[in-house]
Design a binder for this molecule. Structure first.
Ligand SMILES: [Zn+2]
Ligand SMILES: [Zn+2]
Length: 293
C-alpha cells in the first residue's frame, strides 16, 4: 500500500509524503523542520522513520528545510546533478553518503525500497527541474505522481503521469486574476511563460486526459496566493472532469484503499453513472487528504 499526502503546498513551501511499509519519502522539503515534523505527526508518521527527500528543483519553496531535516534525521537528499549544483549552497553540510545524484541532469528511473521511481523533466525556470512518479513493486502495483512547477504540459509529462491512480498537479493561477492582478508585467510574463507555472485551465485539460487513462484522485497544488482561490481552481478542474464524463465523489479526509479497487470507483460501492473521481485542493500550510492505495 502507498500512502500519499501533501504536507504543504504553494509558493510559501512544498512537501509531499509518499510512504509504504518499506520506505518513507518526501518530495521536496520547502518548509521548516518544525512544520514538516508537525504535519507528518498529524498524518500518523514519525519523522525519524523517513529515508530520503527527493528534490524537484532548487527554488527555496522546495528546498528550505531539506538540509536541516536531512542532518537531524540522517536522511538522503536525492536530486540530479544540475539541481544539486544549484541548491548546494542552500542545503549546507551533508555527508557524501547523504547527497545522492541520480543523473547529471533531467530524468532517470531508479528503485527506493519497494518503489520504482521515475524522475521526469518538466519545463520550469530552474536548472533541470523534474517531477516524480512512484510505482509500488509489491501488492497492487499502484502508481502516484507529483507534477508541480510546470510552465506547460509536455508529452514527457503526460507519458510519465499516465496510469497514475493519484496525482498532485499544479493549478497555479487563474489567467484572468493573473492578468488583472497586482504583479508587475515582467513577473506576469514569467508565470504565464512556457517555463513558468500551470494555469487552472491547463491543469483542467491535463486532469481530464489523465482521468481517461485511469487516474482516480486529483490533488490540486501550488496555488498562487494572489492569482488564484481554492474554489476557483477546484471549479475549473471539476468542470473539465465532468464535461469529460467523470463524476466527482465527495469524500472525507482519508481516502481508503477500497476506493482504488480492481474495478473503477463507480463500481466499488460508489453508485451513479460515469467514472467516479476524487478532487481536492492541497492546503497551503497544512496537510491535505490522506490517500491510501
Ligand atoms: Zn515552487
Ligand atoms: Zn519553482
Amino acid at each position: 500500500m502507498i500512502k500519499f499526502c501533501t504536507l504543504f503546498s504553494g509558493s510559501s513551501g512544498n512537501s509531499t509524503f509518499i510512504g509504504t511499509d518499506h520506505v518513507k519519502l518526501l518530495v521536496d522539503a520547502g518548509s521548516t523542520v518544525k512544520g514538516i515534523e508537525r504535519e507528518l505527526k498529524a498524518i500518523g508518521e514519525d519523522p525519524s522513520e523517513l529515508d530520503a527527500v527527493l528534490v524537484t528543483h532548487e527554488h527555496t519553496d522546495h528546498t528550505k528545510g531539506a538540509g536541516a531535516l536531512a542532518r537531524k534525521y540522517g536522511l538522503k537528499i536525492i536530486a540530479n546533478r544540475a539541481t544539486w549544483s544549484a541548491m548546494e549552497k542552500d542545503i549546507g553540510n551533508c555527508s557524501d553518503e547523504q547527497c545522492v545524484c541520480f543523473s547529471s541532469s533531467g530524468g532517470a528511473t531508479f528503485a527506493l525500497g519497494d518503489l520504482d521511481v521515475e524522475a521526469f523533466p518538466i519545463p520550469h525556470d530552474a536548472d533541470s527541474p523534474v517531477g516524480y512518479s512512484f510505482t509500488s513493486r509489491t501488492g497492487r502495483k499502484h502508481k502516484v505522481a507529483v507534477a508541480t512547477d510546470i510552465g506547460h504540459v509536455t508529452g514527457e509529462i503526460e507519458e510519465a503521469c499516465f496510469g497514475s491512480r493519484a496525482i498532485l498537479i499544479e493549478a497555479n493561477h487563474d489567467i484572468e486574476m493573473l492578468e488583472n492582478g497586482p504583479y508587475p508585467r515582467m513577473l506576469k510574463a514569467r508565470i504565464k511563460g512556457k517555463n513558468g507555472h500551470l494555469s487552472n485551465d491547463s491543469c483542467a485539460g491535463l486532469a481530464a486526459m489523465l482521468a481517461a487513462e485511469g487516474t482516480d484522485a486529483f490533488v490540486l497544488g501550488h496555488l498562487s496566493e494572489e492569482n488564484n482561490e481554492p474554489d476557483t481552481a477546484y471549479a475549473s478542474v471539476r468542470k473539465a472532469l465532468e464535461t469529460a464524463g467523470n463524476r466527482i465523489i465527495e469524500y472525507g479526509d482519508v481516502i481508503p484503499p477500497e476506493f482504488f479497487g480492481e474495478d473503477s470507483a463507480s463500481a466499488a460501492g460508489f453508485p451513479g453513472s460515469g467514472k467516479g473521481v476524487i478532487l481536492s485542493v492541497a492546503p497551503r500550510y497544512s496537510h491535505g487528504k490522506v490517500i491510501l492505495l
